[in-house]
Design a protein around this ligand. Structure first.
Ligand SMILES: Nc1ncnc2c1ncn2[C@@H]1O[C@H](COP(=O)(O)OP(=O)(O)O)[C@@H](O)[C@H]1O
Ligand SMILES: [Mg+2]
Length: 387
């Protein structure tokens, strides 16, 4: 029997799932645009060229890398990928790196329990091995120092290099800035390994601009001249609009071009914000998404985030709060250092506003986009406007 649902006035064939996704890295149907960046990244991964993916948070660095990794794996390439934020210690780093090396698709030792001894024979260190319920091994390290961890890195890099003779080989470190927390030596070890094994593509990503400068970009950085920079900007507007409309359609609702544009305008350039607003607007809409639905979607996000917004706001100094409110009220400001703006927000001199703005930029609450200082988060800006 065919089951139909009547949902907010629409007859739909099945209870539709919300077609948008925000949070972790996206791929497949949830990934919009960026054809040129994907092609550039995959080509470099395939050819042993190292890449540093940079860009503000939530612009889609991890998603882009995931796309690249999927493409390389589909060509039977060898990929070992870890997120350094999941490695709070050198032991955790060594353990994760060893696990992903063990799971490299197509490697001879891969994944069977019997293969563990052969795999271990390729390591210069001796981890403990335990097997989970799923039969997969976990490799335990205890009390490693930076030199020991460097040796584990050396082993895994060497395994990838050996595989690189026949197919692409890629080592990914997402949230690369966190390598600095693991000790000073590892970035230098990576540079030496990159020089020794140029056939392996090392891909690193981070949104921490200053830390990436210090690690990769500036002269004298440990990885200077090793990685090509791929700086992510916003998703191409046409692709994003087409994506928003196609996803709405797949969820059984219609989104006109003007509504898609309104979502992008209100959410701003950060893909996470666009997906989040589209998600909420889709949820409240009937068969066709209207501007009112988008406004209601905006209100929903603001409502969910209000406790966090109040905490973040009340943690700032009073002057910084006044700057935030003023910047949000004007939807951005071109000349925050002008004397008139300083007076408006209660500072005696522009030096006061400058200090407040520097601090708000460091806290990622304000950003400069196209020469205009704006509140980074469009939902926070909306909340500030309602104060
Ligand atoms: N290419 C994309 N298409 C659609 N949405 C994207 C894209 N890239 C990122 N997003 C959105 O942004 C969110 C964060 O993406 P992520 O890759 O984790 O960003 P980053 O690593 O830069 O912080 C995703 O959950 C998704 O909602
Ligand atoms: Mg990321």
């Amino acid at each position: 029997m065919l089951q139909v649902w009547i949902l907010q006035g629409c007859i739909v064939g099945a209870m539709p799932k919300n077609p948008y996704s925000y949070g972790g890295p996206v791929t497949g149907r949830h990934f919009a645009g960026r054809d040129a960046e994907v092609a550039a990244l995959v080509s470099r991964m395939r050819n042993g060229v190292s890449v540093a993916v940079t860009g503000p948070r939530r612009y889609g660095k991890s998603s882009l890398i995931l796309r690249g990794v999927e493409a390389i794996r589909a060509e039977s390439g060898a990929v070992a990928s870890i997120n350094l934020l999941h490695c709070p210690s050198l032991d955790a780093f060594a353990s994760r790196l060893t696990s992903v090396a063990f799971e490299i698709p197509g490697a001879r030792w891969r994944r069977t329990r019997q293969a563990v001894p052969e795999f271990l024979s390729r390591l210069s260190s001796r981890p403990t091995v335990t097997f989970g319920d799923d039969g997969r091994p976990a490799f335990g390290f205890g009390g490693l120092d930076a030199r020991d961890a460097g040796r584990v890195l050396d082993d895994v890099y060497g395994m990838l290099a050996a595989l690189a003779d026949k197919r692409p080989a890629v080592l990914v470190f997402d949230e690369f800035h966190a390598i600095a927390d693991l000790g000073t030596g590892l970035a230098g070890v990576l540079k030496a390994l990159g020089d020794e094994h140029p056939q392996v593509s090392l891909v690193v990503a981070s949104s921490k601009r200053h830390l990436m400068e210090a690690l990769v970009v500036s002269k004298g950085a440990p990885l200077y001249n090793m990685a090509e920079r791929l700086a992510l900007g916003p998703i191409e507007p046409d692709a994003l609009l087409a994506y928003l409309r196609a996803r709405a359609r797949s969820g059984g609702k219609d989104m006109g071009e003007d509504a898609a544009l309104e979502v992008c305008t209100r959410a701003g350039p950060v893909p996470y914000d666009v997906q989040r607003l589209a998600y909420e607007a889709f949820d409240v809409a009937g068969c066709r998404l209207s501007f009112e639905d988008i406004g209601a979607g905006m209100a929903r996000v603001v409502e969910h985030e209000t406790p966090d917004f109040s905490d973040r706001f009340s943690a700032r100094a009073p002057g910084q709060r006044r700057v935030l409110v003023a910047v949000a009220a004007r939807c951005g400001i071109r000349e925050p250092n002008a004397a008139a703006f300083a007076r408006e927000v209660g500072y005696a001199t522009p030096a006061g506003t400058r200090r407040a703005i520097t601090s708000l930029v460091e806290a990622e609450m304000l950003v400069v986009r196209d020469g205009v200082w704006v509140v980074a988060d469009p939902f926070f800006a909306e909340w500030l406007r309602q104060l």
